[in-house]
Write a protein that binds this ligand. Structure first.
Ligand code: HEC
Length: 407
């Protein structure tokens, strides 16, 4: 053990992978041992790839370590070009191997050059210049009306309408959780929300006429119409949304003809077209007008006919369609419910469940997990499972499965 590995209180401090290993490998090794080149048939960008030259716990027996401590003029020294690694760098790698060569799960290293290229490529892409507008009285009224859920299905069904982030007036609106109750007339107030920035209408009953409500929403950058009745004609209504960066048309009737309505959206980057009528040919055509667009057509699967909803009588709808543990369809009686005191807390959780998973204290909590307040019956986030076993498995260790909770 080197002195450097001793923390102030005399306890051994764990090696910081990012600082002691990742930064050295990325600066000095990955150019030759990464995705682009594999000198000596070796990659060092993931633990799996590097395993052949690392003996966890035994730096002295690790080929990688032997190579970096060779004399500077030895022909096998790594890196073969430039200065040898410094003593500090060598000590860091030694300590890391001796501590078991722990590698953050799934992390793949990129060479400094690849990182710089990726960053430069991203910054070359234009982004819309969107500033929040003064919030008008009409906008305030529209937000209040939508948040109250007035007139939409049963009284518990309100869409999520909230600020996109803490320091902005831009608005995020999500109707997906109450999808089937939502018709064109219910989204009418959206026309008054000048700051509308992200809108999720997936799985609602909204039609082409409803979509026209947002035809002047110039601040809209992200829109999901997945699982709705929108078709090519509907997309004509939103041709003018020139700042749109992402549109989800998954499981709609949109075809290549509809894609043509998007061709003036010069900031458009993502089109999700899985299980729609969009073909590779249409995607290629759109790419001619918008070279930066990525049209995701998913896997080549036969179009699946929507399943009959036999269990309609069960009112509660889960956020996810597939069991996060098994991947199977959901039994609507096997639910894990997380209750909140208000739409803000619910929205907060919905945006990043993994971040808040530690706060879960079993299903159907009585106090909001964010604030010490009683929960409101309508403000809930429901996760569905295929069977009691999977529900039990999740309840025992939500952190393990929450990342798989997908709509
Ligand atoms: C300029 C290119 C280049 C760089 C940079 C480089 N290597 Fe190599 N590396 C090679 C070549 C070429 C070989 C194969 C010839 C040999 O074995 O010496 C090799 C072989 C190796 C081997 C032996 C592979 C085996 O299967 O036995 C190890 C271990 C290794 N490199 C580790 C490193 C480490 C660690 C770094 C960074 C500190 C590094 N290399 C940086 C070019 C490079």
């Amino acid at each position: 053990m080197t002195l450097g590995a001793l923390g102030l209180n005399g306890l051994r401090a764990e090696v910081d992978f990012a600082k002691s290993v990742q930064s050295v490998f990325e600066a000095r090794c990955i150019d030759c041992h990464g995705s682009k080149k594999q000198k000596g048939d070796l990659r060092l960008d993931s633990l799996k790839a590097a395993a052949s030259v690392i003996e966890p716990g035994k730096s002295g027996e690790s080929e990688l370590f032997k190579r970096i401590i060779l004399p500077a003029d030895h022909e096998d020294i790594m890196p073969p070009k430039g200065d040898p690694l410094s003593k500090e760098q060598i000590d860091g790698i030694k300590a890391w191997i001796d501590e078991g060569a722990k590698w953050p799960e799934g992390l793949v290293l990129l060479s400094e050059r690849e990182r710089a290229e990726a960053k430069a490529a991203a910054s070359r892409l234009p982004v819309p210049d969107i500033k929040a507008a003064e919030v008008s009285d009409a906008e305030k009224a529209a937000i209040a009306k939508l948040s109250s859920g007035e007139g939409i299905g049963d009284q518990a069904a309100a869409p999520l309408v909230m600020a996109l982030a803490q320091d902005t007036q831009l608005i995020y609106a999500n109707f997906r959780l109450i999808g089937k109750n939502v018709e064109d007339k219910h989204i009418a107030p959206l026309a008054d929300i000048a700051n509308l920035s992200e809108l999720d209408l997936s799985n609602t009953k909204v039609t082409g006429a409803g979509v026209a409500t947002i035809k002047n929403s110039k601040r809209l950058t992200k829109l999901s119409l997945a699982g709705t009745a929108v078709d090519d004609a509907a997309l004509k209504n939103i041709e003018g949304l020139i700042n749109l960066m992402s549109i989800n048309l998954y499981n709609t009737k949109v075809t290549d003809a509809g894609l043509a309505s998007l061709k003036n959206m010069k900031f458009l980057r993502k089109v999700y077209g899985w299980q729609s009528g969009i073909t590779e040919k249409g995607a290629a055509e759109l790419k001619k007008a918008l070279p930066n667009v990525d049209v995701n057509l998913g896997f080549k699967l036969a179009k699946v006919e929507p399943k009959e909803e036999k269990k309609e009588e069960v009112k509660q709808v889960s956020f996810n369609k597939k069991c996060p543990v098994s991947g199977k369809d959901i039994d609507p009686t096997k639910l894990y419910t997380i209750n909140f005191c208000c739409n803000n807390c619910l929205g907060n959780f919905t945006k990043d469940p993994a971040k808040h998973v530690a706060k879960l204290k079993g299903s159907d909590n009585k106090k909001c997990i964010f604030q010490d307040k009683d929960v409101d019956a309508g403000k809930k986030f429901v996760i569905g499972f295929c069977c009691g076993n999977c529900l039990g498995g999740f309840t025992m260790d939500p952190a393990k499965h929450i990342a798989k909770v997908k709509k």
